[in-house]
Design a protein around this ligand. Structure first.
Ligand SMILES: NC(=O)c1ccc[n+]([C@@H]2O[C@H](COP(=O)([O-])OP(=O)(O)OC[C@H]3O[C@@H](n4cnc5c(N)ncnc54)[C@H](OP(=O)(O)O)[C@@H]3O)[C@@H](O)[C@H]2O)c1
Length: 279
């Protein structure tokens, strides 16, 4: 697995490009050597549009000239989009139905990595995870992942099913809070860690160019500030994979370049200690 994957969400949420551009962007990620695509049933506009991003990923993969088997597609279940809002639904019946829909949308018999999108406060966490364990036993999932979880939740899940990956928000804007210790726990337990919104997400990433700490480091490496931030995240631990999202080929190619970018310990420390306002 390459350390820089592709987060397909912005190709299906509000402000999304047309389908042809979406396919082009996904192909550029695959052609640049990215081996992981992250999607979700709820990467869409609202509940009437569920599966938009998964169908787009499936379409792009079907039309891609490379080796489909070399690509890991990670999707998720456990949320809904009523009226465009993001809500949790961790009931086992919902997860089972969502999984069936995702299998169809992705045009596969087995989902490579199926992630529980977020714990549902209204449903015991173990019940939700139990549904993932059952689906795996039935051969519908190759690997199970968790998203937006704490160390305690990962430990609980591990008593129910093998946890292959954890996906949490991680960037200089949002170090690990409120999930302190998760990266270390995953490294120690040989669990993959997918860093989502790694350049800060759709709004905050725009603050990176010209950042007083990241700007000069980028200049010194003749790289973009976005690539520097991705390289910083990847350097955190060997099991970290960043999944930046993008709607343009230019941004995808720039992010792919971060895999080759090596920052010095002093540069990593400077970013670690830098001020990254979320205002
Ligand atoms: N598990 C969860 O709860 C969760 C939540 C959020 C996201 N995610 C996953 O994480 C992925 C990434 O998160 P995200 O999309 O929220 O945030 P992000 O990757 O931090 O930021 C994406 C935005 O940054 C811009 N960008 C990315 N790389 C760039 C580059 N090299 N140069 C310039 N601009 C660049 C893109 O602009 P353009 O659009 O203009 O190209 C895009 O709008 C999502 O696609 C999704 O797969 C998961």
């Amino acid at each position: 697995m390459t350390a820089v994957g592709f987060g397909a969400m912005p190709l299906s949420t509000s402000g999304r490009p047309d389908e042809a551009q979406g396919v082009k962007v996904i192909h550029s990620a695959l052609d640049a050597g990215m081996t992981l695509i992250d999607t979700a049933d709820v990467y869409c506009l609202d509940d009437n549009d569920i599966g938009h991003n998964e169908r787009l990923v499936a379409k792009a993969l079907a039309a891609w000239s490379g080796d489909r088997d070399s690509i890991l597609v990670a999707t998720k279940g456990g949320l809904t989009r009523p009226g465009g809002r993001w809500e949790t639904d961790g009931r086992p019946a919902h997860i089972r139905a969502a999984c069936e829909r995702s299998l169809k949308a992705l045009r596969v018999d087995t989902i490579d990595l199926y992630q529980f999108h977020a714990p549902d406060p209204a449903v015991p966490f173990a019940d939700s995870v139990g549904a993932f364990a059952e689906l795996r036993q039935e051969g519908k999932l190759r690997w199970v992942g968790l998203s937006n979880v704490s160390v305690n939740e990962i430990e609980t899940a591990q008593g129910i099913v093998e946890v292959a990956a954890v996906q949490n928000r991680f960037s200089p804007f949002f170090h690990e809070l409120p999930h302190d210790g998760v990266i270390k726990y995953c490294t120690d337990n040989k669990i993959g860690y997918l860093a989502y919104s790694p350049v800060g997400g759709g709004r905050l990433n725009k603050k990176l160019p010209g950042h007083p700490v990241v700007g000069p480091i980028a200049e010194a490496h003749s790289a973009s500030t976005h690539a520097v931030v991705l390289a910083w995240a990847v350097a955190r631990a060997p099991n970290v994979i960043v999944i930046p999202g993008a709607r343009t080929v230019e941004h995808v190619l720039d992010s792919a370049g971060a895999a080759e970018l090596e920052l010095s310990p002093e540069e990593l420390q400077a970013i670690e200690e830098g001020e990254f306002s979320t205002a």
